[in-house]
Design a protein around this ligand. Structure first.
Ligand code: HEC
Length: 325
């Protein structure tokens, strides 16, 4: 028997599907794909999902139920209106009964209606078939569906650098000028300013020795490693050597690093285990790292002074010691 409505179950199902897809969507967008964090406060905090999930679940249930009802009842935009009986007016209405559902026959119903509400049962069948003549309204519907699909499709066109259209950007975008942007308020239009004259940044100790043979010799003679060769410092030196030097100079320091052996760097890096380098003090290595040497570029801007000393210490105490033994 199809008397009992299954609509409640359908609505529950829509709600369940709606809630889980909204949650999955929110999780994907704000946790996996584009996590945003304002000053330590991530936007993917759980409570912020709740409101949106509830609202969208209700929307899903409403729309899906509406569509289901329309589909079941064969109602669609532009469908011709059918008046079952032309005598029905604003104050006189017609109730239509499904013949197949009348238990006890038409006579019983008639008697009941007469007795209770003084109505007259008229045996008459209606042709409730749909008239298909409202082409204009239909084409409007089709057009809006097409536009909707187009809009949906166009929203997928994005690269990883483009956030797409934003719903609720809040304070994501700074109103101030970005570091490398053009700033019309400045005479030279640079947003990033040069430091004030005759000043240096913290920790930026100016390096006094030029990148020449003489500069290198002078640095080697004058600069002393201020750090002790403790296990910690040597470990840090090894770490930094692995990051910044090993590619070229090789794990053992003999000059056969991966960049050279793989042919990506065509000039053989000098061996750090040569007679010359065995005799060179820490200051010599510190200078080459800081200012560079011939083909080798300067690394001073990438490695902090203390780490440069630790690398030098590692080369002398570990790499070279292994060769001497
Ligand atoms: C891109 C590859 C490359 C990297 C990275 C590199 N070097 Fe070099 N290094 C060279 C080359 C090539 C030479 C030889 C330069 C020349 O003689 O023209 C050299 C020379 C040197 C010299 C002088 C050797 C001598 O006999 O005079 C020292 C010392 C040195 N490197 C240490 C280091 C340290 C320490 C690091 C890590 C901070 C490092 N290098 C990173 C390629 C590199």
């Amino acid at each position: 028997m199809g008397n009992k409505t299954r609509f409640t179950f359908a609505a529950f199902l829509y709600g369940f599907i709606g809630a889980s897809s909204v949650l999955a969507f929110l999780y994907y967008t704000s946790v996996i794909d584009w996590p945003i964090n304002y000053g330590g406060k991530p936007t993917n905090a759980f409570p912020s999902f709740i409101v949106v999930t509830i609202i969208l679940t209700i929307l899903t249930v409403t729309l899906a139920s509406l569509f289901t009802f329309s589909a079941r009842a064969a109602i669609y935009p532009g469908k011709a209106y059918i008046l079952p009986d032309s005598r029905s007016t604003d104050d006189k209405f017609v109730i239509v009964f499904d013949k197949s559902m009348l238990k006890g026959g038409a006579e019983k119903l008639n008697a009941l209606l007469l007795k209770k509400v003084q109505l007259k049962y008229m045996k008459k069948s209606y042709n409730l078939k749909i008239k298909r003549h409202m082409i204009r309204k239909k084409s409007i519907t089709a057009l809006s569906i097409a536009v909707g699909i187009l809009l949906l499709g166009s929203s997928c066109d994005r690269t990883r650098n483009d956030k797409g259209y934003e719903y609720f950007p809040d304070m994501v975008h700074s109103l101030t000028y970005e570091t490398y942007a053009v700033n019309p308020a400045m005479a030279d239009s640079h947003a990033m300013r040069l430091p004030a004259e005759n000043t240096i940044s913290r920790e930026m100790i100016p390096y006094a020795y030029p990148a020449t043979i003489e500069g290198r010799a002078q640095a080697a003679a004058e600069l002393l490693n201020p750090l002790e060769a403790t296990p910690d410092n040597l470990a840090r030196g090894k770490e930094m050597f692995t990051v910044f030097c090993q590619n070229c100079h090789g794990e053992s320091g003999n000059g056969d690093g991966y960049l050279f052996t793989s042919g990506r760097f065509s000039i053989k890096p000098a061996s750090l285990l040569s007679e010359k380098m065995l005799a060179a003090p820490d200051g010599d290595i510190f200078h080459v790292i800081t200012a560079g040497f011939n083909v080798m570029g300067p690394h001073g801007h990438m490695i902090r002074p203390a780490d440069r000393w630790k690398i030098a210490m590692y080369v002398k105490n570990e790499l070279q010691n292994k060769t001497v033994k």
